[in-house]
Design a protein around this ligand. Structure first.
Ligand SMILES: [Zn+2]
Length: 61
């Protein structure tokens, strides 16, 4: 098993990154830290769409 030092390895975050925000017209989702979890948040309204707990292969940078 390989560990990565960012959130790239999580399939849910990888799928969601770059998709349009569900909560506003213009935003796109980008990986970020949210309350210490790895997450994808809107780059416009900053609403977190998904969060995953830190763990093997997933870290908050
Ligand atoms: Zn948004």
């Amino acid at each position: 098993m390989q560990l990565t030092d960012d959130a790239v390895g999580h399939p849910v975050l990888a799928v969601l990154e770059g998709t349009p925000c569900q909560f506003c017209a213009d935003g796109r989702l980008t990986r970020a830290c949210y309350k210490g979890n790895a997450a994808v948040v809107c780059d416009d309204c900053e609403t977190p769409t998904a969060q995953v707990w830190k763990g093997p292969g997933v870290a908050c940078i």
